[in-house]
Design a protein around this ligand. Sequence first.
Ligand SMILES: [Zn+2]
Length: 591
Amino acid sequence: MSQHILTAVAWPYANGPRHIGHVSGFGVPSDIFSRYQRMVGNKVLMVSGTDEHGTPIQVQADKEGLSARQLADRYNRVIAEDLQALGLSYDLFTRTTTDNHYAVVQEVFKGLHANGYVFPKTTMGAISPSTGRTLPDRYIEGTCPICGYDGARGDQCDNCGNQLDPIQLVNPVSRINGEKPVFVETEHFMLDLPAFAEVLATWLQSKQGDWRPNVLKFALNLLGDLQPRAITRDLDWGVPIPLDGWSDQANKRLYVWFDAVIGYLSASIEWARRSGDPEAWRQWWQNPDARGYYFMGKDNIVFHAEIWPALLLGYNGQGARNGTPGALGALDLPSEVVSSEFLTMEGRKFSSSRQVVIYVRDFLARYDADALRYYIAVAGPENQDTDFTWSEFLNRNNGELVAAWGNLVNRSISMAAKNFGAIPEAGDLTDADRAMLERSRAAFPRVGAELGRSRFKNATNEAFDVIREANKYLADQEPWKIKDDPERVKSILHVALQVVDDAKTLLTPILPSSSNKIHEMLGGTGVWSGMPEIREVEENGRPYPIITGDYDGQARWEHTPIRPGVPLAPPTRLFTKLDPKIVDEELARLG
Ligand SMILES: [Zn+2]
């Protein structure tokens, strides 16, 4: 039965280009999952966009001599182009600075307010005396009042690990310009997280055995210490607070994390409007049979397994104070929070400032998108922190993509094209032929079960086991040595081409571009697996790119018999063999 699947992908922050660590956490895993779900016939809605508010954008804009909006415009475009080039099949990739997003965020705030889950509170906030702007906690540095460490930040001390408030720091200074902040009374709205403790605990307990254990454990631990959390800031760059006495204050805005996490909902609503059926989003948000999967790096678990569910529960009127659903109606909670661990780079943390980084754009200028997708699928930070090394990238590309998979495709198609000019008919099959065909068909449910549970390493390895066996089958059968039995050669190549076709299907979610090429090489016409496109749109006179696409290709998660007689041309190159010297070249580029 066809199911509605929401793939909610973490929103990349638009203060600079994104690197391969970012896309290994949220990007490639969510796309593999979505492509698989479409292939089994589910109705997928995959949404995200750039996260464009908050102080770090303002700080970076000041540095580059731009307005916050100009900076957001610049990196929204860079990020959208990079994610499209990586083949990520968003139904809509938008941004948080649209009128629609503002309206949906304000609606969620109003619903929470009406149900009594947000309340105002007077706190002490740091401001920069020279600009009058609020200094966020992490932009204040000073001496730790607990351990005496010099470089403690306003939110915590990295030396002793204690959580801090900026006002506790001894000799606090602004990290932006070194001046001493002043502390003033300021009023902010707080989200009453403790009012959701009980219902969140019940909800999380129901996910035992379903979620990745590391994610569930982390989320359950958070419940032990739920405190009210500020959802507004003193800042002029963000979504205004939709209440009388607040909305006209130029320096009060909703906190960036509050608006960004609502993006999944606002992007779904925007997608529905663009699709011509403004109510269509409800199929993914108000449907007991729909499932919502949220993809992110582990630093975002708190927002997706605790705060976003709390916002939804509050909007629905399902916390300790009860209430009634807001104007949009009650909204579904996440079915699963699929978090990745961290990727490091040659043993070090990614750092743009120290140049321990490779940006997606630079990577794709030198290497194929499928090569990066493959690496992330088979060697990414799925269950534990994982190190990216250029030598492993080289070895996997040359050994697995080129030598194992590319070679199987190449020699099967080129032998068949050269000897018969078409897909040959099989004659009598031997036990070895039948075993090979059976092995390949049996991989569909096995690989599918892994992909459906976001176990991409297992899925990739299972698919490559078929490829390795097919290479062994060809090496054992040695069709190139058979001179006097063309019928036998036909049978062997028929089996080999059938396995190539099966493996192409098995690998389509991971390697969509090369699978599309193989579809054509085997005589297929039309779109096999749809690829994303950039479309230029405009709002209030501002042009900007969105990612969207038509993903209703022919790709189905099933074995399809190849058709004898379909003409075959000599194969074209699928993957690029890399020169080992790229390892030293890339290492030299690192800071
Ligand atoms: Zn300390």
